[in-house]
Write a protein that binds this ligand. Structure first.
Ligand SMILES: [Zn+2]
Length: 348
């Protein structure tokens, strides 16, 4: 067991803050929750006390409802002190959704990585009224069931602009190794990949706190997905590399403050567990690919449970991520089926 962390995971707060309320998880660090209209029904956000104002970490989906909750928090537990900065961990809509609102309505400074800003602004401006052919090709190549594809095509395409408030020009860049003072603490920025490119995590120099975003989560595995923007990507390799690198910083006593689920301690143990879970999933997937199969037929070995309609999209992009990884490391080969789906099979 050399080097294997022995300490398990602890949740200092078994219950999340009620809607519109806060929990002080460390001096000057407030934890709040915002609702999400999906199976994962919440996102965690944080407010760090800078004395004369607040720095918020992540912002929730853009909606009138979410902004009303924010306004209630600002008027209530945040005591009307100005929101001066918004730090966004990564470009996903549940994290960056209201950043533009804080910039344009409150004059807040947006602090994030360059890739997060470019991705979010590009996708927000790229409004699609009909499904792009590349997206449909991508779904077909993943073996999406035709009835699911037809149902999707009858609906408005997924658009960032529907969930992200317009983002004005301008942001402040953080990158790997950046030092930043927030909420009376000095933090070091370490970027990860795999869940989202150039995802920021912040490690307090006093050794107490880590703002992990969705790079590392407590009781669910961060979604690792391949998207039509980069169909041959290998985000799993990038995520595994990030885990190995960030593990070197993790201490059992760190309080990890993530984007979903509960804050926890036992970060080294959790990171090892997350990595091991993916390796086990890859092993099960290889056994499953004794005969050629499309990504859409790989849910059971990967997730060990039936996937419902509400999770189908995320499951599919995650299945492609695992298959792309096996393909890039030379463990599987693939052939096109007549309908365009890639069929993967283990070599030898
Ligand atoms: Zn995310």
């Amino acid at each position: 067991m050399d080097g294997t962390p022995q300490t398990g995971i602890r949740y200092p707060w078994p219950e999340p803050p009620a809607p519109g309320e806060t929990i002080e998880v460390a001096e000057g660090v407030l934890w709040m929750r915002l609702p999400l209209p999906m199976k994962l029904d919440h996102v965690n956000v944080y407010a760090l006390d800078d004395g004369d104002g607040w720095t918020l970490v992540d912002t929730g989906f853009s909606s009138k409802k979410t902004r009303a909750i924010w306004q209630g928090l600002i008027d209530g537990p945040l005591a009307g002190k100005p929101v001066r900065r918004v730090l966004v961990t990564h470009h996903h809509p549940d994290h960056i959704g209201n950043a533009g609102w804080f910039q344009s309505e409150f004059g807040a400074e947006l602090v994030t990585t360059r890739t997060s800003w470019l991705f979010a602004r590009m996708l927000t401006l790229d409004v699609q009224e009909v499904w792009p052919e590349e997206t449909l090709d991508f779904y077909r190549s993943a073996g999406m069931a035709s009835e699911i594809l037809e149902t999707r095509m009858a609906q408005r395409p997924f658009n960032f602009a529907d969930m992200v408030y317009p983002m004005p020009l301008g942001f402040t860049r953080i990158k790997q190794g950046s030092q930043i003072r927030i909420g009376g603490r000095d933090w070091e920025v370490h970027t990860g990949n795999g869940h989202a490119p150039e995802h920021a995590t912040l490690w307090s120099k006093d050794g107490d706190l880590v703002l992990t975003g969705d790079q590392i989560l407590s009781s669910i595995s961060p979604n690792i997905g391949v998207y039509p923007t980069e169909p041959m990507a290998d985000p799993l390799a990038e995520w595994l590399e990030s885990c190995e690198r960030l593990s070197g910083l993790a201490q059992p006593g760190h309080l990890a403050l993530g984007g979903h689920k509960l804050p926890f301690t036992g970060l080294p143990f959790r990171m090892r567990q997350l990595v091991d879970n993916h390796h086990s999933a890859l092993d099960r997937l290889k056994d499953h690919l004794d005969v050629p199969k499309p990504a859409s037929d790989c849910f059971l070995p990967l997730f060990k449970r039936k996937i419902g309609e509400g999770e189908y999209g995320l499951a599919l992009v995650e299945a492609v991520a695992h298959l792309n990884h096996l393909y890039h490391i030379g463990e599987v080969e693939r052939d096109r089926r007549a309908d365009g789906a890639w069929l993967y099979q283990c070599k030898g």
